[in-house]
Design a protein around this ligand. Structure first.
Ligand SMILES: Cc1ncc(COP(=O)(O)O)c(C=O)c1O
Length: 494
């Protein structure tokens, strides 16, 4: 059966006039400490002032009025901690180990510039026009070849091109989740996925991981517990390869067991795999989708293997799910950008994209080595971290008593930024964890950043050894104990 969208005509420009979007979103300002504290649901500290508009006699509604009018689903839409940090973390004096920006220095920009010019000159009438909601057919064919590297055999009819895999995540959640529905997700999980789940008011139940990825016994327990209360999760969301943020990979031996468990409990699997081709030894792992095409929705992206700014990703799904995804995509964007898709398509056809991925891998491997070496050189005792064999991230657990979110403003003051762990959990866990990205800075900057981080951690530990954990320190301040000074013996210092 031909895909529904391939048959659907391109939208009539006269019937739908897309409004220009209001430029690039500004990163939220500054570090959390510098932001005026406003509890969710309360009024902002600023007084509500009605602003004048361009129309004489009309003033805009005060912000407080608008707050009451937002849909309930926006209550849990919050700027990610990572986004909030962007403004400060991108200052040149700060070593940012926070963001997950791909390192594009290895891209052949001159060649790409020539490709863009040729694309416009030769195919401009098509490239600059609306297209199919499902995506450019040739690109969908090529995507099936990309996925073959991880053992996936698929038909181009089942591929839906999206605006990055982030949009695919949004669409999948939109078509499956009603408010209150349960989604299983690794703990920790990719912050953008948690954002989509929150936007559709899904409830996340985290499943623990270890160095071999998602733990089957923990998944069994979660599924059994939910079944005992008559609840069935809509899907399991998992990043099996080079996990963001945990930096671990799901052991091959666990894959069949996880698929079997989900099938037995009637739970779909959403496999999000943007980093799968970035294994440092060139190794790839068999995609979950390759073993269970009917029960797995696979998400892929060109963001980490080509250019994130083109915003081209995809979903691969069985026909019934695919059709719903296409309908949802159509209502969100009409169609993904034709120009960007054709650019990716030309790139895949005319360039050694596998060779390019290989050089990306090499860039990231050198940076991973710099980070692991700096961590073992500088970090204080009691820290643990993962050892990624691909991807962008190391997940660090700090000694008990250190709160990584509270420490972040002090780290930024010491000119190093990271992503604190709580942002990667929907349930408030992660205060002893943080994510370090090694993808973007040079190896020298990574080493310097880790050295600064170690200084901040040591200062934090000094305070803890002197005053105890924050709770105990507060208790001592209340009873005057802290005035006894650091020399007084205490259970926390022994
Ligand atoms: C696990 C994971 N999924 C999805 C995405 C979104 O990627 P894209 O740029 O394709 O939207 C990211 C981006 O960092 C990611 O790490």
């Amino acid at each position: 059966m031909p895909p529904s969208a391939a048959a659907s005509p391109a939208p009539e420009p006269s019937s739908v006039v897309p409004e220009p979007s209001p430029v690039v979103p500004e990163p939220s300002p500054a570090v959390p400490a510098a932001t005026p504290a406003t509890a969710p649901g309360t009024s902002p500290a600023e007084p509500a002032v009605a602003a004048p508009t361009g129309i004489p006699g009309i003033t805009a509604a005060p912000v407080t009025d608008l707050v009451d009018r937002f849909a309930t689903r926006t209550d849990r839409m919050m700027a990610s901690e990572i986004r909030a940090l962007f403004a400060v973390a991108s200052r040149p004096e700060v070593v940012s180990l926070a963001g997950g920006m791909p390192n594009l220095a290895a891209l052949p920009l001159d060649t790409l510039a020539a490709e863009v010019a040729e694309l416009i000159a030769r195919d401009g009438q098509v490239a600059l026009q609306y297209g199919s909601a499902q995506g450019v057919p040739l690109l969908r064919e090529q995507i099936t070849e990309v996925m073959a590297a991880e053992g996936i055999r698929a038909h181009a009819d089942d591929v839906v091109v999206t605006v990055g895999s982030q949009m695919a995540l949004d669409l999948v959640t939109r078509i499956f989740c009603d408010p209150g529905d349960i989604v299983l997700a690794e703990g920790p999980s990719y912050v953008g996925a948690l954002g989509s789940f929150a936007a559709y008011q899904a409830q996340v139940v985290h499943v623990a991981m270890d160095d071999d990825g998602l733990i089957p016994a923990a998944l069994t327990q979660a599924l059994d517990q939910l079944a005992a209360t008559g609840r069935r999760p809509k899907f399991l969301y998992t990043v099996p390869n080079f996990h963001n943020p945990a930096g671990v990979t799901l052991a091959v031996a666990r894959r069949a067991e996880i698929l079997e468990l989900c099938r037995r409990h009637g739970v779909l699997v959403v496999e999000d795999n943007p980093y799968g081709l970035l294994g440092f030894d060139g190794q790839t792992y068999p995609a979950l989708r390759s073993a269970d095409p009917d029960n797995v929705i696979y998400l892929g992206s060109f963001s980490k293997t080509f250019a994130s700014g083109l915003r081209v990703g995809w979903a691969l799904a069985s026909p019934a799910v695919r059709d719903k995804l296409v309908l949802a995509a159509e209502s969100a964007t009409l169609c993904p950008p034709t120009f960007n898709q054709m650019m990716v398509s030309r790139y895949l056809a005319a360039h050694d994209w596998r060779g390019q991925v290989k050089s990306f891998r090499e860039v990231y491997r050198v940076r991973r080595d710099a980070m692991l070496s700096a961590l073992s050189t500088y970090l204080p005792d009691g820290c643990r971290w993962t050892h990624p064999d691909g991807g962008f991230y190391v997940w660090l657990t700090v000694p008990e008593g250190v709160d990584t979110k509270a420490m972040l403003p002090r780290a930024v003051r010491a000119r190093v930024a990271y992503a604190s762990g709580t942002g990667f959990y929907a349930d408030g866990l992660g205060s002893r964890q943080l994510r370090l990205s090694y993808c973007y800075p040079t190896p020298e900057r990574i080493t310097e950043g880790v050295r600064r981080l170690a200084d901040v951690l040591n200062a934090e530990l000094d305070v803890l050894h002197t005053f105890g954990t924050p709770k105990r320190a507060a208790a001592r301040l209340v009873d005057g104990g802290a005035r006894r000074g650091p020399q007084a013996p205490s259970p926390d210092t022994t």
